[in-house]
Ligand binder design. Structure first.
Ligand code: T1G
Length: 703
């Protein structure tokens, strides 16, 4: 039987069922139905004595089909739970032969088998909690019965997968087999038949752990204290379901699990996390990718500039196993950069994050250099020098001369015009922006800035490179601040206006951290340095004098209060302590500013603070979509989740606006824009207005 999602073969007395639904054998309705038919067929075939189920293309199964969630297909029979019971009740022994990845419903399927063998490096886990769910097909009931309570709690609450060889000491894995997993599976099945091994149903196993209450008590506490608030509801329900496995008969436990699973499936957190899962996979892709053989692979990296960003970017590539030539203009600056990188790896080895050998191996991939000729073999060169257009143009002229014709030249600029930089070279189609976020080796976000001349080959090569070094890449068009910083500027302007009108910096900051942001805008400004914002305002003033408005921070900067680095800014800081404390001089400067602007301060609610700041983000995001700077709303959310600490439980600013309702967002912004003296940018973007009027969402919108 060769269903498009599954292959059925008989090898003598052994039936082999191979899941064949690329790319990850996700258990969609068609595969579930085909699998049930195949098991039924094997049981009806007199010559068949045992059944082996395995995956294909190095993947057992990535679990339930996430794309079916929220659609009728997910509930269409046979549901996964019923399929697993059919395996468990099979009259003939069922063996799961696991290689590659076995996650979620894929592992729950294997738990319903009577035996499991696995390749040593097979990755096994129940990641449902990362989607705001609990295992919904018996995982919370069967895993503790096979792997023990403590290990099951750890695996289910963390959602992390583990290599099969770490599970050999549990009943979860009956044997670890090297070589071809299908061959090993059939051999194992033949041995079971020959030895007439008794078939045990997982659901009939008992959970007897004298420390059960202690483990469950600890788990309840751990589940309630996780950093990622998006996961809290699911983690707590995981513990409840596993507690039922310990204290209730299987049938009651599985019913309780199913009830909790369906409750969570409807939760805002689960909807947001599912959206993020899809958005992060859509973001780093070209709509019309060139053929892979047309794309020049990037393996040899050059970096110009050994400052904080240049060395952070270098570490990202060294961690990805890619050789890096680091170029500086003078020995002192180069030595400083190399020392910074060396200290990074020494510290990582000292903390046990890396073995000394791995640290040395990565460091060995670094080649310091003082002349451009050393970059002649580089496939990609990233410039990370001073944020000045003339300086950057000069660097790109030099690179254009020194690098091989097919080399890609990228600027790490955070706001300068990539097109003007490209025009300084003879290869504009090979030029783009690669905007890393500081610290570059930690922050996963990478804005891939597409110049007007950037070729699809250049973009595709850099998107593939980003995946290789573990970055979340998002394609952005050329504008001031690309996606993230452009939206941040609006958000900061909204925060500033709130203080001008009567709020305190602390009131704004605490309202936004209460919403879920890691840090409020004024604390963030003190951390980055008020001079950074001041320089950006002066740049914009030079570029567009008419748009300039006085800013409260101008006076703070004028008096040398630049934030944490000077001990005071919006707040005051004690030596060695980053905790913000009241700074009376800042309060005086705020009062003086209000008087100079003729503002009578008013009380401002936390709701208005959050709505003004978050809707200002959303409105700018809508403009970014209209202008084609971002291809889809999900891309904007991926930027804000991975680069600016937006709370994951809300899915990102654009998804949050969809969930709140675009009509409410539009009407609120319209009210702000109608206030006397309101800035133009409060006016709802045309795209927001049209979506609000039609009842559509940003998620549904396609350029
Ligand atoms: N369902 C549908 N599509 C999936 C999928 C899934 N479970 N997993 C991956 N994909 C798609 C993905 O969208 C992408 O599509 C392609 O496969 C490659 O993915 C009842 C309810 C398996 C480790 O949470 O962790 O079972 O973009 O780019 O980096 O209890 O995918 O090419 O169109 O990530 O090699 C639980 C989620 C589900 C696993 C592979 N399972 N997937 O990583 O490739 S809930 C998960 C992953 C469940 C039961 C519950 C990773 C991977 P496209 P990729 P990768």
């Amino acid at each position: 039987m060769n269903d498009p999602t599954l292959c059925y073969e008989e090898h003598g007395e052994i039936a082999l069922i191979r899941l064949c639904r690329p790319p990850v054998n996700s258990l969609g309705h068609a595969l579930r139905a085909a699998l049930l038919d195949a098991v039924d067929r094997a049981n009806r075939q007199d010559t068949v004595q045992a059944i082996v189920i395995t995956g294909s293309a190095g993947m057992f199964s990535a679990g339930a089909d996430i794309s079916e969630f929220g659609t009728p297909k997910a509930a269409r029979e046979p549901r996964l739970g019923r399929l697993i019971l059919a395996l468990e009740d099979s009259l003939k022994p069922v063996i799961a032969a696991i290689s590659g990845t076995c996650l979620g419903g894929g592992l729950e399927l294997a738990l319903g088998a009577h035996f499991r063998i696995a390749a040593p490096d097979a990755r096994i886990g129940l990641p449902e909690v990362k989607l705001g769910l609990i295992p919904g097909a018996g995982g919370t009931q069967r895993l503790p019965r096979l792997a023990g309570l403590e290990r099951a709690l750890n695996m289910i609450l963390s959602g992390n997968d583990v290599p099969a060889e770490q599970l050999q000491d549990t009943g979860l894995i009956d044997a670890v087999a090297g070589g071809d997993i299908v061959h090993a599976g059939i051999g194992f099945a033949r041995r079971i038949v020959a030895e007439n091994m008794p078939v045990r149903k997982t659901r009939d196993l008992a959970i007897s752990d004298p420390a059960a209450e202690a483990f469950l008590g600890y788990a309840r506490t751990a589940a309630a204290t996780g950093k990622d608030k998006a996961l809290l509801p699911a983690r707590q329900k995981c513990v409840e379901a596993i507690s039922a496995a310990v204290g209730l008969p299987f049938e009651q436990g599985i019913a309780l699990e199913r009830e909790k699973f369906h409750l969570l499936m409807q939760s805002g957190e689960a909807r947001a996390l599912r959206y993020i899962f899809k958005a992060e996979r859509a973001a780093g892709k070209l709509d019309d990718p060139p053929s892979s053989d047309a794309v020049h692979p990037v393996s040899n990296i050059g970096i110009v500039g050994a400052g904080t960003m240049g060395t952070g970017i270098a570490i990202s590539f060294l961690d990805g196993g890619m050789p890096v030539t680091l170029l500086e203009m003078d020995q002192t600056a180069l030595d400083r950069g190399v020392i910074r990188i060396r200290k990074h790896y020494e510290l990582a080895a000292k903390k046990g994050k890396l073995s000394a050998a791995s640290a040395a191996q990565r460091l060995s991939l670094l080649t310091p250099a003082l002349d451009y000729a050393s970059l002649s073999a580089a496939d990609l060169v990233i410039e990370a020098v001073f944020e000045d257009m003339d300086v950057k143009k000069q660097v790109f002229r030099q690179l254009d001369q020194a690098c091989k014709p097919e080399a890609i030249l990228a600027t790490n600029t955070s706001y300068l015009d990539v097109d003007r930089i490209a025009q300084a070279t003879r290869r504009p189609s090979n030029v783009l922006g690669l905007h890393f976020f500081s610290p570059a080796n930690i922050m996963r976000l990478l804005e891939v800035v597409r110049g007007e001349a950037s070729s699809r080959k250049t973009l595709a090569a850099c998107l593939a490179m980003a995946r290789r070094i573990g970055k979340k890449a998002v394609l952005a068009g050329v504008c001031d601040g690309f996606i993230g910083n452009r939206m941040l500027a609006r958000y900061s302007a909204a925060a500033h206006q709130l203080v001008a009108e009567g709020a305190t910096p602390r009131q704004v900051d605490s309202s936004l951290t209460g919403f879920g942001l890691a840090m409020g805008p004024f604390q963030m400004s003190d951390l980055a340095g008020l001079d950074i914002g001041y320089a950006a305002r002066m740049r914009r003033k030079n570029e567009n004098p008419g748009s300039w408005r006085p800013h409260i921070a101008d006076e703070l900067v004028a008096r040398g209060h630049l934030g944490q680095k000077t001990g005071s800014g919006w707040y005051r800081y004690e030596e060695g302590d980053r905790a913000p404390k009241p700074f009376p001089l800042a309060d005086e400067i705020i009062d003086e500013y209000r008087s100079s602007q003729g503002i009578v301060p008013r009380k401002i609610s936390q709701t208005e603070i959050v709505e003004r700041c978050i809707y200002a983000l959303v409105n700018e995001g809508a403009r970014i979509l209209e202008e084609g700077i971002a291809a889809r709303a999900g891309d904007i959310d991926v930027v804000y989740l991975n680069g600016y600490g937006f709370p994951r439980r809300f899915g990102g600013p654009m998804f949050y606006a969809d969930e709140v309702g675009l009509k409410h967002v539009h009407d609120t912004l319209h009210a702000y824009a109608s206030a006397p003296g309101a800035e133009d940018w409060w006016r709802p973007a045309p795209l927001l207005r049209s979506l609000a009027a039609s009842g559509a969402t940003f998620e549904e919108w396609k350029n």
